[in-house]
Ligand binder design. Structure first.
Ligand code: AMP
Length: 284
């Protein structure tokens, strides 16, 4: 497994495997089962696999957790070695944002609601770094987790709008046994907060169940999630959403597909989760 922080070296490696198919998994490191599921899928689908590990400063606001984001490069590299990864790109800030850098990718409308409302410059940072990583690695396929559903919508839009010659593969959310989505940020929870954090999946599942049993009014589904989160003393709700999965606009009525999503604080740690809902089939 080649590990490099050099853009030129990644390009050389890519060039040496020019006729191979390359799967690419961009990450911010501190790898867990969710990341490894993407890597395994990339391993199955492609002849070569590249992973990037980069905590991208432009997707964090000044008050957010860039400085304290968990990192453990040695452990990450060992996990990736065990998965048979060919290339790991670990750039530093200067190689991604050299002095004078001033070009950003702004995916306009779908970046604005949900995460974008709480984190106004987040997706500009995400789209910019993903575009740069795509240009450096030039993958055949890129792998993203449904855990970050809005990120998938934003990156899909960018790939289509800017004609990136690659396929996006979206992989299901990996969860702990009690339903909590695996996340690098979970290690920052105290034992009591970790217990309380199960409320995200409980609330999403409760609303999903109600929709499947016939409740189609989006505001009562939203309220059901809000009430469950508010009943958890260690949780502080940021948002509860029932939105169109493609446009991310809030729905008034669920008549077929919907994205149920939540953002919740536990102390300083902010967690997000979502489930996709399709009630179209049960209506016949
Ligand atoms: P991150 O390191 O948090 O930027 O995540 C890198 C990739 O892993 C993104 O495509 C995430 O959506 C994906 N990912 C993170 N957590 C999970 C999870 N629990 N299940 C599936 N994919 C995940």
């Amino acid at each position: 497994m080649k590990v490099t922080s050099s853009v030129a070296e990644v390009r050389r490696e890519r060039h040496s495997g020019l006729t191979s198919t390359w799967g690419f998994v961009p990450t911010m490191g501190f790898l867990h089962a969710g990341h490894l599921a993407l890597v395994r899928r990339a391993r199955e689908d492609n002849e070569r696999v590249a992973v990037s590990i980069y905590v991208n400063p432009t997707q964090f606001a000044p008050h957010e957790d860039l400085g304290s984001y968990p990192r453990d490069l040695d452990r990450d590299l060992e996990l990736l070695r065990q998965e048979g990864v060919d290339l790991v790109f670990t750039p530093d800030d200067r190689s991604i944002y050299p002095p004078g850098f001033q070009t950003y990718v702004d995916v306009e409308t779908v970046s604005k609601p949900l995460e974008g409302a709480s984190r106004p410059h987040h997706f500009r940072g995400v789209a910019t770094v993903v575009a740069k990583l795509f240009n450096v690695v030039q993958p055949t396929r890129a792998y993203f987790g449904q855990k970050d559903a809005q990120q998938v919508v934003v990156v899909k839009r960018m790939v289509s709008d800017l004609n990136f010659p690659l396929d996006l593969v979206v992989c299901p959310t990996v969860r702990e046994a009690d339903g909590l989505a695996t996340s690098s940020r979970n290690v920052r929870l105290s034992a009591a907060e970790r217990q309380a954090a199960t409320v995200l999946f409980r609330a999403l599942s409760a609303a999903q169940g109600e929709a499947q049993r016939g409740k189609r009014d989006a505001s009562s589904l939203r309220r059901r999630m809000e009430d469950l989160v508010k009943a958890e003393p260690l949780a502080r709700l940021d948002y509860a959403s029932v939105a169109d999965p493609d446009t991310l606009e809030e729905l008034t009525e669920v008549d077929q597909r919907a994205l149920l999503s939540l953002a919740v604080f536990f102390g300083a740690t902010r967690l997000i989760d979502n489930v996709a809902l399709d009630v179209g089939e049960s209506q016949g």
